[in-house]
Design a protein around this ligand. Sequence first.
Ligand code: PXP
Length: 244
Amino acid sequence: MIRLFVNVDHVATIREARKTIEPSPLKAALLAEKAGAQGITIHLREDRRHIQDEDVRVVQKGINTRLNLEMAPTQEMVDLAFEIQPYQVSLVPEKRQEITTEGGLDVCSQERALSKIREKMQGKGVLFSLFIDPDLTQVDASQRIQADSIEINTGKYTELESPKEIERELERIQKSAKRAAEQGLKVFAGHGLNYENVKAIAAIPEIEELNIGHFIVGQAIYGGMENAVTEMIRSIESGRRLRI
Ligand code: PXP
């Protein structure tokens, strides 16, 4: 079964719109867990636009599953992750002006720096993951620096409209997943996934874990967090049965 990690960043986005204490990312995380999520993801961004440092501590302490902390490969973030020691750290690139993460990490151009972070994290027993585009050169570089896993960026796949282009991007994702698994990397995926487009991703046999946030939090407004997570798990399972 694919593990679903629910990203609760946008619960904090609503709270930060008023700089108040509600809604609570921890409460949302606990509801997601109740509905079957195997983990919780939060993304601490440099500008702290949604998740705050204290949220990382509160969520880590309060949840019953596992915390995947997404962050940029900066000294500040590495120090915080070193202190908090989540279950897993996922490195993502960050440009201040972007609305959301716009592309994967360029692992090839910073192998030495990323290797150092990897050593530091694994030394504390924290799993080390890299968010990359579906590109074999990035997969190979991730293997060279001995990451535990990669998270394949599905953002482009979810934005394309032409069926041919979608097919081509899915092929890139499949090939990257296969290559990574052959090299001993665990394979995760995420970004832009919803009840429908998740199915073809869930059908890729190497993929073990999905990170999904924006769509689930949006659906939770209409029908509650537990229903949104239950429905997403149902979609993932129906996609898994299609196995490519
Ligand atoms: N994976 C990574 C690395 C991300 O940065 C995000 C967004 O924070 C996600 C997955 C989840 O994407 P979405 O919110 O579109 O489901």
